[in-house]
Write a protein that binds this ligand. Structure first.
Ligand code: 0PR
Length: 385
């Protein structure tokens, strides 16, 4: 009998289970430091349904393309974008930042950008890819950009100013209204990196009225990137770049002779409609009321979490603005490694002598109650308590 060399379906299925079991899963509740979560069930279903679509050739998939347009409109509306605005679906915050600076560079023909020192490392890629010079602006003691330093660094080779609405390390929000005024006065392109905060800040205002504006209501804001695969409850990869003027899309478009549409915008070519369908489904299903509920719960759980941490006698690096907690340690790596040995994953921020916990929707009070005794035990073991 002819012997099959390839593994059977059953073999493959067993292999997949083995590999799957080597991973951590959001549903276990032990991933504490990630900015992602398991996609909402309605997003998971939509993703599978649109697995074989390709938005690189939208004329073959007009239905998927319509969903994409509606998703962009949803985000535009959430960000109070003017009627002149439009957006691009991108793979995430990295591509959003690259695309925004690509536009700013083409509009200005200049090559320096002013970036807060607490900006995400994706701006290093911007610099490498586009021969851009990053001028890093120091932070204040609140870990937001220092406006006086920003002002001092405005020179006539600046293509764009970047501000962060929900920083990667600490969830802090730069003083965007002041930066906005500065950019209007100096006629500078202003990009807001709201990859993480974009789905939080609109709903944070009802809980914390002093949260500053960050969106297109500020007339100097040129572009905003927001990821659905972070706090939007969507599936990876799904980011958006919303721009004040729809014609800026033309700047980053090329003619595409071999496909049915004549122009293709942005960096990617072939790309799945699955994540777009997922984000369309969850945004329209939850709507503002649903997101308000999700964010309110995350913020309440953050408050509960920090009380439990403080009750242990541990110190926070600063009072959280949103659902990002930084616990200060003498040796954060040792704490994180000891937690990993117990099956709990946090992110290490050596540069801030802290560990990061992001209170995503899967981090319930029950999970916090399970984690706190482990944290206490580990801290005693490694001499942090
Ligand atoms: N801008 C900000 C403010 C970000 O926080 C991030 C990612 C990006 C841009 C880049 O986004 P993409 O990674 O989607 O391109 N911040 C997270 C971080 O570096 C990404 C992340 C998510 C890391 C989940 C780990 C993880 O498990 O922490």
């Amino acid at each position: 009998m002819h012997k099959r060399n390839n593994p059977t379906k059953k073999d493959i299925s067993r292999q997949l289970i083995t590999y799957y079991n080597q991973d951590y899963h959001f549903s276990d509740g032990h991933i504490l430091g990630s900015m992602c979560t398991a996609p909402h069930p309605i997003a998971q279903k939509a993703y599978h349904q649109f697995l074989d679509t390709n938005l690189g050739d939208p004329e073959l998939f007009p239905g998927t393309k319509t969903m994409e347009t509606k998703l962009i409109h949803y985000i535009c509306h959430m960000l109070h974008a003017p009627p002149t605005a439009d957006g691009l679906i991108v793979s995430g915050g990295t591509e959003g930042n690259i695309s925004a600076i690509w536009i700013a560079k083409l509009l200005s023909n200049k090559t320096t950008i002013l970036v807060p020192e607490h900006a995400h490392f994706s701006f290093e890629k911007v610099a490498l890819l586009m021969n851009i010079k990053l001028k890093k602006i120091p932070s204040t003691k609140d870990y937001t950009v220092n406006i006086a330093h920003l002002k001092k660094n405005i020179t006539n080779d600046v293509a764009a100013v970047v501000a962060i609405a929900g920083s990667t390390d600490l969830g802090t929000i730069d003083p965007i209204p002041e930066i906005n005024d500065l950019c209007i006065d100096e006629h500078l392109f202003l990009h807001i990196d709201a990859a993480f905060g974009g789905f939080i800040i609109p709903y944070l205002k009802t809980l914390k009225p002093n949260i500053p504006d960050f969106d297109f209501r500020l007339k100097g804001v040129s572009t905003i990137s927001v990821d659905a695969h972070k706090m939007g409850y969507g599936a990876i990869p799904l980011g958006t770049l919303i721009m004040r003027e729809k014609q800026w899309i033309d700047l980053i478009s090329v003619t595409s002779p071999c496909i049915s549409s004549t122009r293709q915008a942005g960096i990617l070519g072939t790309r799945s409609g699955g994540p777009v369908a997922a984000a369309y489904a969850v945004t329209h299903y939850l709507g503002p009321k649903g997101y308000q509920k999700v964010i309110t719960t995350c913020i309440q759980n953050t408050t509960y979490f920090i009380h439990q941490i403080q009750k242990l006698g541990l110190n926070l690096l600063l009072e959280p603005t949103m659902n990002v907690i930084a616990i200060h340690f003498t040796n954060p790596t040792r704490v994180a490694q000891a937690l990993a040995q117990q099956g709990w994953r946090v992110n290490i921020m050596e540069h801030l002598s802290s560990i990061r916990i992001v209170v995503m929707p899967q981090i319930t009070k029950q999970i916090i109650d399970e984690f706190i005794p482990v944290l206490k035990k580990v801290c005693i073991e490694v001499g942090e308590l």
